[in-house]
Structure formats: C-alpha cells, structure tokens
Design a protein. Structure first.
Length: 305
C-alpha cells in the first residue's frame, strides 16, 4: 500500500489515506488520458480546467473527509471544502497538477496531497498515474518511493552548469522584472532550465536526484507543501531567495513563496546565480510612468500550469 511504511505512529493513518486517495485518483486519470475528458478555460490568463480535475478532486476529498471528518481541506478547484480545523490540521489537494499538459496530450502530470499542521507540511504524497509510481514523505521520517527510502544524492557541479527547474505563480505578470531577470540568468548559466507546467513533477525529480535544483518565484500555495516535503526529507535544502530557511508554508502572501531548492553542495552556487539576477534587477532602469493618452499597461497574465 504505502511506499513509506516506517512513519511516526501518529501520522501513519494520514500517510496511508493520502497514498490510497492519490493512487485511486491516479487510476481514474490514467483511464481517461489522453482523450476521455472535456476542458474549459479557467480565468482569463490561458489556464484550463478539465472534468478530470473535478472528478479526481471529489474522489480525494471524499476519501480524506471519510477518514478525518474534522480536518480542514483546501482543494485546487473547489477551495475550502471542509469547515473543520482540528488542531490546525489542513489538507491540501491538487488532483491534477499539469492540466495544461493533459489538454495538449503531454504525459506530464501527477496527483499531489499534503497534510499541514499549523501551516507547515507534515505529510506529502505525489503519485504519477502513467507509471503508477508514488512518492511519500513524512516529517522526520524521510522520503520513500517504489524502491524504498530515497538516499541523498551527492554529486559535484557539472562544467556545463546545473540542470534546473523553474516555476512561477499564476499572478506573476509576463513583464515582471524580477521574474524575467531570474529566468534569464538561470537559462544562461544552467545546462537546462525545465518549465514543466507541473511543479510537483519537478519536486519529485529533485527528490530523486534527477535534477540539481528548483527555483520558484511567488509559487502557488496548493502544491508547494507536498513537493517541498518530498525534497527536504530526501536531503534537499530549501531557502528563500536571500538564503534564509524556507518553511514551505501555504499561508501568507505569494511574495513569501519564492524559493531556491538544491542539494547542499550545489546550493551556494545556485544562490549566487539568484543574487546575480537580483543585482541585475536592481540596476535596471525603472519602467516609464504611463501618461495620459498612452496605451494601457498590460494586464496580469498568469503562466499556465
């Protein structure tokens, strides 16, 4: 059942419920990919939602509510679906991380579930429907996958630069100077910069050691705790852009959710890249102030997930 059998006794039932719910949702998604669903626009920025998002979300939230009826649940599509607040416990459900990929037939998507206590992640599960693989983490008990506990990966910096992933929140404008400077610097100085439209996939890759680092700018809250816990429990260090510890809380403004995540031996170099981008942003001339009769400023355009 759960690929993480040795978890603290007080969180064992929660981990088992999350794994079972994620795998059941994954079976549903797998049975209807690539063609058995409908999609519609979500908001005005090019994002989408499918009926698979809604069906998988209902399946997961029903399973959690059945096992933990007094807990609060925050879900990607339906928002706050549970009125409870049992000891500060909140479940976060992303039933289909990678909806835009699904719509174009790209098989890069996962199911993500987290349990947070006092806003901090304590259980995290990511399930990949197409391969049937599940990764789970419990605070203090490591990250486990299909082959057992993930061991920390140690490797020196590659001459061609690190292999990195990037994500940014929906509310980030296309012309945001900090986001543009960060992304441009990372693209120039890395071997590859992956933009997967599915942050939880990148977190799982980082936890496994498939990529060297992950940088997020004003990341979305719903999928952050599960992925961050997978990575941290697998030996990855998480920092704010200025190097302070990054707790991966889902509360607070999105400006508190910019991060750098990497193996400890690679983190200093990645933080140097981020500092270079920050310096470039500070040195850039200010954008001209709009005057009467000028064209309106562009409206915020979220990036697709």
């Amino acid at each position: 059942m759960s690929p993480n059998p040795r978890v603290p006794a007080d969180l064992g039932p929660e981990c088992r419920t999350a794994v079972a719910a994620a795998e059941a949702a994954g079976a549903l998604l797998r049975s209807r990919f690539p063609g058995g669903f409908t999609a519609r626009p979500k908001g005005g920025g090019g994002d989408v939602v499918t009926d698979l998002d809604l069906l998988a979300e209902r399946l997961v939230t029903d399973r959690i509510r059945e096992d933990f009826p007094h807990d609060r649940i925050l879900a990607e599509e339906s928002g706050d679906t549970g009125a409870g607040d049992a000891g500060g416990r909140t479940w976060l459900v992303d039933p289909l991380d990678g909806s835009n990929n699904v719509v174009i037939g790209l098989p890069v998507y996962v199911v993500g579930i987290a349990l947070c206590v006092d806003a901090l992640p304590r259980v995290g599960v990511v399930h990949e429907p197409l391969t049937g693989r599940t990764w789970s983490a419990v605070h203090g008990a490591g990250t486990h996958g299909p082959d057992g506990r993930l061991a920390p990966v140690r490797r020196p910096a590659a001459p061609a630069g690190p292999l990195l992933a990037w994500t940014q929140g929906h509310a980030v404008r296309r012309d945001d100077p900090a986001a543009r400077a960060l992304r441009h610097t990372l693209e120039l100085r890395s071997r590859r910069l992956l933009q997967l439209w599915a942050p939880l996939v990148a977190w799982a890759m980082l936890a496994r050691g498939d990529i060297d680092g992950f940088v997020g700018y004003r990341a979305e809250a719903i999928d952050l705790p599960a992925g961050a816990l997978l990575a941290r429990e697998a030996g990855v260090t998480l920092c704010h852009l200025d190097g302070r510890d990054f707790p991966a809380s889902f509360t607070g403004p999105d400006t508190d959710r910019s991060f750098v995540a990497a193996r400890p031996e690679l983190l200093p170099g990645l933080l140097d890249l981020v500092a270079t981008a920050a310096t470039a942003t500070a040195a850039a001339p200010a954008a001209p102030t709009a005057v009467t009769g000028s064209a309106p400023a562009p409206s915020p355009t979220p990036r697709p997930r």
